[in-house]
Design a protein around this ligand. Structure first.
Ligand code: GTR
Length: 408
């Protein structure tokens, strides 16, 4: 079979061996959580930086937050809505992202928040005429009334089914979202737009082969939202769940793996380069993803097109980086492109590290459709239907958060 033919047949998966999570580069067995934290975790993080998502430059950057708009009576009076402009200032220029935040009104305590990036602009997540419409490049879409890569009022609320803000608020959680294109528009332009150029060293005109691509930029932005949460007294910054769907799920995992301030990490249908094991090569593969989206990962990842078995890591190790914090992976039964079984197996194998922390982990039995499986700090479900993020998914994420945080 040529590399470019897509395999959907489980019986055609070639035998593979996953890299061992609990064996250091020098071949030593990792025997306890102290050794994991001191040695192995850093090695794995470094491998993901060097070979998959690319390193995020150290800066220098100055980040400023300004609460631009506040509505004390949002959602018919049950929520407070804020828009926060985060400005990124470097010697090379300035860039901004807009955080749209909903918090339950009259909350007795600080509020836990679900944070995720969106695909088409903050104004698409909820039908509210006061939400600022992004001026940044947006992917054209007939369905969402986007032409000439410019968002307009016609797309207000077009993605509200993916962002059940009333249900989230009703359950006592906050919700925050950022347009991914504020950080890096999702097309291959040789890294001229987006935030990467703000960090170029003298003479540099694109990221090096081991430096961030678009997913890295998105993940960086999620961490900057976390910086803001730490300044907002209404928010419980020890209970921030970072989540994302599909390509934005890949970004959420990478953000959660690197930034341990995120107390919970949720992947929805994140597939190849997200939760799914690359070595299974079923559905989307490393070569397919790097060809279709050359800007997502770092240059070095392209060296592994068709060579998944040579990667020093596989995606179970990305999930392991989240340990011992709560992690949840969601698949959809018809989303074979994202390899639901590979998403499950990845989580299952990450369990080794959760066990090292004395926690329970999932059994190796993939649960049936819409029979969520939760053990200790790990959770998984496979929903009926297509590649999407639905109310069913959100309800399970909130159930999981309730259980982990005992929030009522
Ligand atoms: C697909 C891509 C997937 C996934 C998806 C999405 O085209 O192949 O990896 O990221 O897009 O983001 O919806």
């Amino acid at each position: 079979m040529s590399q470019r033919e897509v395999n959907y047949d489980e019986s055609k998966i070639l035998p593979y061996e996953l890299p061992q999570i609990l064996k250091t580069r020098s071949g030593e067995k990792v025997a306890n959580k102290e050794e994991w934290i001191a040695v192995r975790r850093n090695e794995i993080l470094e491998d993901f930086e060097n070979y998959v998502y690319g390193k995020i430059p150290d800066g220098p950057v100055q980040v400023e937050f300004k609460v631009q708009k506040t509505d004390e009576n949002a959602l018919g009076g049950v929520a407070i809505k804020k828009e926060i402009i985060a400005s990124f200032l470097t010697e090379r220029g300035t860039s901004e992202m807009n955080i749209l935040l909903y918090l339950p009104k009259n909350a007795k305590d600080k509020v836990p928040v679900f944070l995720g990036l969106n695909f088409y602009g903050n104004h698409t997540v909820y039908e509210d005429r006061s939400i600022t419409i992004t001026e940044n490049w947006v992917r054209n879409s007939d369905d969402f009334f986007i032409e000439n890569n410019q968002a307009t009022a016609a797309s207000r609320g077009v993605r509200s089914v993916r962002w059940p803000v009333a249900e989230i608020i009703g359950r006592g959680y906050g919700m925050a979202t950022i347009y991914s294109g504020d950080l890096d528009p999702d097309f291959d332009d040789g890294f001229k737009n987006g935030i990467q150029p703000l960090f170029y060293r003298k003479g540099q005109s694109r990221p090096e082969a081991d430096e961030w691509g678009t997913i890295g930029a998105w993940a960086w932005g999620l961490s900057r939202a976390m910086d803001y949460f730490e300044t907002d007294p209404a928010i419980d910054n020890e209970k921030i769940a970072v989540l994302g769907h599909s390509r934005l799920g890949k970004a959420a995992l990478w953000a959660g793996a690197q930034d341990q301030r995120f107390a919970m990490v949720i992947s929805n249908n994140s597939g190849c380069g997200g939760a799914a094991l690359s070595r299974r090569k079923i559905g989307e593969t490393v070569e397919i993803i790097n060809t279709a989206f050359p800007h997502w990962f770092c240059g070095n990842f392209h060296e592994y097109n068709g060579r998944e078995n040579d990667l020093p890591i596989d995606q179970h190790m990305l999930l392991a980086l989240i340990a011992p914090r709560p992690v949840y992976v969601a698949s959809a039964a018809e989303d074979l492109w994202a390899d639901p079984k590979g998403e499950f197996l990845s989580l299952y194998h990450a369990g080794e590290v959760y066990q090292l922390f004395g926690q329970q982990s999932l059994s190796d039995q993939m649960p049936d459709i819409e029979q969520p499986s939760v053990a200790g700090s790990m959770g998984y479900h496979i929903r009926a239907g297509k590649h999407d993020i639905t109310l069913y998914d959100w309800e399970r994420f909130m159930d999981f958060a309730d259980r982990q945080w005992e929030a009522k």
